[in-house]
Each structure stands twice: as structure tokens, then as C-alpha cells.
Design a protein around this ligand. Structure first.
Ligand code: VG1
Ligand code: CO
Length: 543
């Protein structure tokens, strides 16, 4: 094996965000750009000579090219074995599972998740550690620091390998196993859920539609839902992964998963609808004419976890990201479980899961997961719902309404303002920070501010502190407004405003969410000056 050490100069923009390094495809196509970042991983990590590396992506444009580059760098840096998904395809949760199963050194996932793909779309690289989870901040900080001074990388001359042929091949002295992308993951799902009951439910005429959004979960969903669980052919729509996701945003919400949303609110709607994002870690679930918010979904799963064989022994505790609604807190309180509040991003759940403090966790951004892997897991959440539906034999809407009756309802919405000028967005947050100390005690209409802060989190396991994680304005009675800037966008800034109220009276549970929250939405604008500072009258996306 002829290793070549080539000189390079740093790029100054390789700081990983909420979930990996995300840039436009042309940025990643610059010579040495990907090489620098991957070399920075090897330069800051240890243990890669002794254990395998898992590599795969969501199939978006540039996936295959990037994998060939990464394999050459891995071999030249001394990796002895790589495990790669057939066709370069792995969902994010499947990578997490394989890292754990094979006691790998870590994994590299090529994805920009729910961001659009294609030659002018987005690309991304995520590094996952040996526990299967997204690298914690101290690791991504070290990679970033290295990327700023890097002056050489190792690679080798070696022809592209055939990513489509299953079996063993080699890059230099590194053995490469091309494995079926779905098999191991499907077996894991079968070990957690009551497939026999779900199969019986489908056999009894239960109808479902699953929108894979031309992203990575198509092959996973076909195998699990149609082949193993007997859902009728055609249950999976948009099931072929495409390099540009068919031109859409592979983001499972009511705005971008329009085809599914329209179907679920039509006269001929099936019993259950679900969708996943680009890399398969997000999920949206719907019943007939009924949308389940991700925050409610987490709470309902927590309250019904005993329906699934893998969770029958009970939950150790739960966690949610700070902006996620407090619905799951109510469940934890009633069931006497611990409930943790973490900053946005799955990496903050890793220690809680590893340490056995929690079993379930979730984010308002359509992410739900458990200790079965160390990533959020879209299909897992869909299967959990199917398992609950098979056990309870009630429609989705009834299950959620009963849940609200028992625990109260947290009305919840998120308003996103995308591609806002960075200065305006930063100015808005700065001005809010300056106001924080004066807000407590102030009245806005019917609401009185109880606390106002910039969220700071101390990890209960390793003691690390993450500050400036978002502005929280809490009102007496449990209502909240949260504002933060996105760490996954690739264009200007994205301002996210999260609004929540709590309602115990079942007579008011049927209200429309935007109407129920109208007053708080107005107050958010009054306090933050959203319209005046961003020049926008309406949000880009409401979820
Ligand atoms: C968003 C979500 C966050 C999620 C992250 C990665 O981050 O808000 O909850 O963990 O995306 O999800 P941000 O910083 O843009 O708000 V994924 O499916 O893109 O890996
Ligand atoms: Co994702």
C-alpha cells in the first residue's frame, strides 16, 4: 500500500453545528475540503487501527464520491476494516446500531438530514463515536480546532470500489465489507416490537401510508412494513431513494410531506400515516384526519411503553430537548420517573442513555428514540405507534385525546423564519438577552412572566456545561415562549420560535392550535420584535 501524504491549507468554516458539518454541495466539492475534515477526525481520535469504521449515507448527490474519498483516507490513516452499506446507503439509526453491534471505533454518516439535496443542494458529514451516538461537543470542538491548522492529509492511489456488490473487498490494506443496509436494523426492530400482533392488525384490514420522501428509509420501510409485517403493497410511497429526493425537502412535516398530509385528511384516509426524513432519524405520525405533534408523540409513547415487548420492564426515565413541549414531563411526574431537559441536538442525550438514566427521549423536531441505539430513529417510532395501535385497538385520535384527558394538553407550535439576514437574527437574540433580567414579573395580557433566561445545561454525567442554548420565557401556569437560532441551516440564519400553553380542561382540548396560541404568538412578537427586526410578516414554516 502506497500511502501519499499531501499538503493542504485549512478552511475556516468547518465548525460542526447541531448535527455535523453541513454545507452546499459545491463547498464539499472543493478540492481538499472533505479530505481536511476527515483527516481532522483521524488526527483527533484514537482507536481506529483496532476496530472497524462504519460508513454510509442517505443516498443524496455526492454520497458515492464522498464515500470513496473517505475510504482512501481511512485506509491511509491505518484503519484495518470498514463496514459500508450497499450502494453507500445507511440510515443514521442503522449506522448507530452497526457501530454498537460491531464494537466499531465510530461511524461517518454522509447526510444533511432534512435539508434538500442535488448538485445545488446540501451535503453533510456527521461523526459518531464508539457508543453509536453523535460525537459530543468536546469531540466536535477538537475536530474543528484541528481543521483550522491542518497542513497535510494521508490518502492513497487506489481505484474506486464497487459499492453495489455485497461481500468483502479492499482499499489498500483495509478490508471493506459491503453489507445489506437493512438486515441488521430490521432484526433489531423485530427484537423490540410485537411483530405478530402488528401483522395480525394488517391482516385484519388496517391500512397505512408511509412516505419515505425519496430518502433513505424507502428500502427499510418496504422490507419491514410490507415484507415482514404484511402491509399491503404500495403502503410505502416515494420509496426509492433519489439523489435529489425528487426535488423536495425530505422533511417530514405537514408542509413538506404534502402528499401524505393531503391523503390523511381526505375522505379515503387510511388508519395511520407516517413519514421519515432524509437520513431516517425523524418521524411524523398521523391518524385519520389527525396530526400528532412530535412532543405529544413522545408523551404518548412514554405513557404506553408497556405495550411493546422491548419496553415491558418499564422505563428508567425520559428526556426531552429544551424547546420540546412539557407533555412528557406530565407523564413522568404521574408515573414517578425522572425527566431531563437537555439542549437541542441528539448528542446531549448520549450520556443519559449510556449511564442508564433514561430509556426514552425526544425532540419537538420530529425526533424520537430510545436506548436501543444512540440516535433518534424514525422507523422505530413508527413501529412503536403500530405496536400501541395493535395492542389498544383504538384509532390514533382517540388514544391522543384520552391522553390529554389524563395528563392535560400542551398546545404547541413552532414558527420558523428561514434565511433571515444573520445580523438581524443575531441582533434579535442579543436584544432579548439584554431584556431578560427585567422580564420576570411583567404582565403581557393574561400572562405574567415567571422566569426568563438563556438556557444553560450541565450534563449530570460528565459535568460539562453548555451555555447560550436558547432564550426561555416562562409564564405562570406553564406556558412558554422559546427562541433560538438554528445550527443546521446553510443559508443566512433560521430563527425558531417555540410556543406552548397548558390546558387541563377537556372542554377546551379541541381548539385549533394556532388559535389557542394566538395570544402567546402575539406576545412573542411584542417581546422579540420579530416583524420589525426580520422584516417578515409571516413564518416560512409552521409546524
Ligand atoms: C434541528 C432540530 C434539532 C435536531 C437537528 C438535527 O436543529 O431543531 O432538534 O436535533 O435539527 O436533526 P437546529 O439547530 O436547526 O434547530 V437531523 O434529522 O437534521 O439530524
Ligand atoms: Co435527520
Amino acid at each position: 500500500m502506497q500511502i501519499k501524504t499531501l499538503s493542504t491549507t485549512p478552511f475556516d468554516d468547518q465548525k460542526p453545528g447541531t448535527s455535523g458539518l453541513r454545507k452546499k454541495v459545491p463547498v464539499f466539492q472543493q478540492p481538499r475540503y472533505l479530505e481536511n475534515f476527515i483527516q481532522a477526525i483521524f488526527d483527533t481520535q484514537t482507536g481506529y487501527e483496532a476496530a472497524p469504521l462504519v460508513v454510509g449515507g442517505d443516498g443524496r448527490y455526492h454520497n458515492r464520491t464522498a464515500i470513496q474519498t473517505i475510504l482512501r483516507l481511512a485506509a491511509a490513516n491505518g484503519c484495518k476494516q470498514a463496514i459500508v452499506g450497499q450502494g453507500g446507503i445507511f440510515s443514521t439509526p442503522a449506522v448507530s446500531h452497526l457501530i454498537r453491534k460491531h464494537k466499531a471505533f465510530g461511524g461517518i454518516v454522509l447526510s444533511a438530514s432534512h435539508n434538500p439535496g442535488g448538485p445545488d443542494g446540501d451535503f453533510g458529514v456527521k461523526f459518531n463515536s464508539a457508543n453509536g451516538g453523535p460525537a459530543p461537543e468536546k469531540v466536535t470542538d477538537a475536530i474543528y480546532d484541528r481543521s483550522r491548522v491542518i497542513d497535510r492529509y494521508h490518502t492513497l492511489e487506489s481505484p474506486d470500489i464497487d459499492l453495489d456488490r455485497l461481500g468483502t473487498t479492499a482499499v489498500g490494506d483495509m478490508r471493506v465489507e459491503i453489507v445489506d443496509s437493512v438486515t441488521d436494523y430490521a432484526a433489531l426492530m423485530e427484537s423490540l416490537f410485537d411483530f405478530a400482533s402488528i401483522r395480525a392488525m394488517f391482516a385484519g384490514g388496517f391500512r397505512m401510508s408511509y412516505d419515505a420522501m425519496h430518502a433513505v428509509t424507502g428500502p427499510y420501510a418496504r422490507e419491514i412494513l410490507e415484507n415482514r409485517l404484511g402491509a399491503r403493497a404500495g403502503t410505502v410511497i416515494n420509496g426509492v431513494p433519489l439523489e435529489d429526493f425528487g426535488g423536495g425537502h425530505p422533511d417530514p412535516n405537514l408542509e413538506y410531506a404534502k402528499e401524505l398530509a393531503t391523503l390523511m385528511f381526505s375522505a379515503d384516509a387510511p388508519d395511520f400515516g407516517a413519514a421519515s426524513d432524509g437520513d431516517g432519524d425523524r418521524n411524523m405520525v398521523l391518524g385519520r384526519h389527525f396530526f400528532v405533534t412530535p412532543s405529544d408523540s413522545l408523551a404518548v409513547i412514554a405513557a404506553n411503553a408497556g405495550c411493546a415487548p422491548g419496553y415491558r420492564q418499564g422505563l428508567k426515565g425520559v428526556a426531552r430537548s429544551m424547546p420540546t413541549s412539557q407533555a412528557v414531563d406530565r407523564v413522568a411526574a404521574q408515573l414517578g420517573m425522572a425527566c431531563y431537559e437537555t439542549p437541542t441536538g441528539w448528542k446531549f442525550f448520549g450520556n443519559l442513555l449510556d449511564d442508564g438514566k433514561i430509556t426514552l427521549c425526544g425532540e419537538e423536531s420530529f425526533g424520537t428514540g430510545s436506548d436501543h441505539v444512540r440516535e433518534k430513529d424514525g422507523l422505530w417510532a413508527v413501529l412503536f405507534w403500530l405496536n400501541i395501535l395493535a395492542a389498544r385497538k383504538e384509532p390514533v385520535a382517540d388514544i391522543v385525546r384520552e391522553h390529554w384527558e389524563q395528563f392535560g394538553r400542551n398546545f404547541y407550535t413552532r414558527h420558523d423564519y428561514e434565511a433571515v439576514a444573520s445580523d438581524a437574527a443575531n441582533g434579535l437574540i442579543e436584544a432579548l438577552r439584554a431584556q431578560l433580567s427585567q422580564l420576570p414579573g411583567q404582565r403581557f395580557g393574561a400572562y405574567e412572566v415567571e422566569y426568563a433566561d438563556d438556557f444553560s445545561y450541565q450534563d449530570p454525567v460528565d459535568g460539562s456545561v453548555s451555555s447560550k442554548q436558547g432564550i426561555r420565557i416562562g409564564f405562570k401556569g406553564g406556558s412558554r415562549i422559546v427562541l433560538r437560532l438554528s445550527g443546521t441551516g446553510t443559508e443566512g440564519a433560521t430563527l425558531r420560535i417555540y410556543i406552548e400553553s397548558y390546558e387541563t380542561n377537556p372542554a377546551r382540548h379541541g381548539q385549533d392550535t394556532q388559535e389557542a396560541l394566538a395570544e402567546l404568538i402575539r406576545i412573542a412578537d411584542e417581546i422579540a420584535g420579530v416583524r420589525s427586526r426580520t422584516g417578515r410578516d409571516v413564518p416560512t414554516v409552521i409546524t
